[in-house]
Design a binder for this molecule. Structure first.
Ligand SMILES: Nc1ncnc2c1ncn2[C@@H]1O[C@H](COP(=O)(O)OP(=O)(O)OP(=O)(O)O)[C@@H](O)[C@H]1O
Length: 348
């Protein structure tokens, strides 16, 4: 298992306005699957290519198990990359594609055949070795690309948006396969994606990037409960931002003085609470806030309620059966459980 460390990694393409990746310092833990997540153009692929050795950084370091790999060409590093569209060799059979890396290393033919067959079994494509890759579906091609990467037993597996060209059904199948194979093999894996749901389902930890910089690196649950700032909260579907000031475990704002959970940041900023964490209350309940319902939208498995608390608009997501009794114009009451709120300090 290999620990991958980035130390102040920076890439500025010639002629570009600013750096595509700036001062990126990050340690991908051994044997874990880490998602490199962020909006289009934030520098994910550039970072991954610097790890693979396909792009040379302007400054900074890439280390595998503490040793610099910058002087090593891609084929020596032991990091293999699987691209969005698989990038298989169209003129080779499936087995020849999967065995390509082993052939380059001079592995004996009989061993290649056995390892390729075993690998195709593991990606749930038994017996398709003789087929032409053009005859495979997109999902099958992606699994062949994964088999081709894994059969060489790489130190690091780099997946660049491996699900983005698949339809919804195939995507969830491939997602399960990636998760199972990663757990089975324990290969340190880095997944590039712009899709937060994919990152949450697959990754042990998420590194969220904006504009070439790392913004937050944490297990998925922390991005929901403890987002570092408003942009992070919004990227993870957060809503409800109430300006005010936090001091001595209380947030002072237009909604009143709200108790905060232990460890919440202090000072001026916004209180945030996710739509699914605001509860409906009975008027007069301790801590209940009086609101007026202004909108109700049935979303299928949930209902979105928009309410007005004084001048503030808040969004709630509730089970349909609970929300059905409320219509636009109705008076209602809500409760913000102290453990479900968090403070986003003003960015300097
Ligand atoms: N070869 C290049 N020359 C000049 N600029 C580049 C080059 N490659 C990437 N960039 C720029 O660097 C920035 C980061 O690109 P990158 O592809 O790493 O982002 P990304 O987060 O992977 O985005 P996407 O999800 O759209 O692939 C972008 O502004 C992009 O235009």
């Amino acid at each position: 298992m290999t620990r991958v460390t980035l130390d102040r990694l920076t890439k500025h393409f010639a002629g570009a306005d600013g750096a595509s990746v700036r001062d990126l310092t990050l340690e991908f833990p051994c044997g874990e699957l880490t998602a490199l997540l962020g909006p289009s153009g934030c520098g994910k692929t550039t970072t991954m290519k610097m790890i693979a050795g396909l792009i040379r950084p302007c400054s900074g370091e890439v280390r595998f198990d503490g040793r610099s790999v910058l002087h090593q060409p891609p084929e020596v590093r032991g990091a293999v990359m699987v691209f969005q569209n698989g990038l298989l060799f169209p003129f080779l059979s499936v087995a020849e594609n999967v065995g390509f890396g082993l052939r380059m290393r001079g592995t004996p033919r009989a061993e290649i055949a056995a390892r390729v067959e075993a690998m195709l079994d593991r990606v749930r494509l038994p017996g398709i070795g003789p087929r032409r890759v053009q005859d495979l579906s997109g999902g099958q091609q992606q699994r062949v690309a994964l088999a081709r990467a894994l059969v060489t037993e790489p130190r690091v597996l780099l997946l660049d948006e491996p699900l983005s060209n698949l339809d919804a059904h195939l995507r969830s199948e491939m997602r399960d396969l990636i998760r199972d194979l990663q757990r089975e093999t324990g290969i340190t894996t880095i997944l590039v994606t712009h899709d937060q749901e994919e990152a949450v389902v697959l990754a042990d930890r998420i590194a969220l990037m904006f504009d070439g910089e790392l913004r937050q690196f944490a297990p998925a649950a922390e991005f929901y409960a403890r987002p570092r700032d408003r942009q992070v909260a919004e990227f993870f579907g957060g809503a409800n931002f109430v300006p005010g000031r936090a001091a001595a475990g209380v947030f002072d704002c237009a909604l009143g003085r709200l108790p905060l959970p232990a460890g919440a940041p202090e000072g001026t900023g916004c209180l945030t609470v996710r739509p699914e964490n605001i509860l409906l209350a009975e008027p007069g309940d301790a801590g209940a806030l009086a609101v007026t319902v202004i909108d109700r939208v049935f979303l299928g498995t949930q209902t979105r309620l928009v309410v007005l608390a004084g001048d503030l608009t808040l969004v709630l997501i509730r089970p349909p059966a609970e929300a059905a009794r409320l219509s636009p114009g109705d008076a209602a009451a809500i409760r913000l459980p102290p453990e479900a709120v968090w403070v986003l300090p003003e960015r300097p």
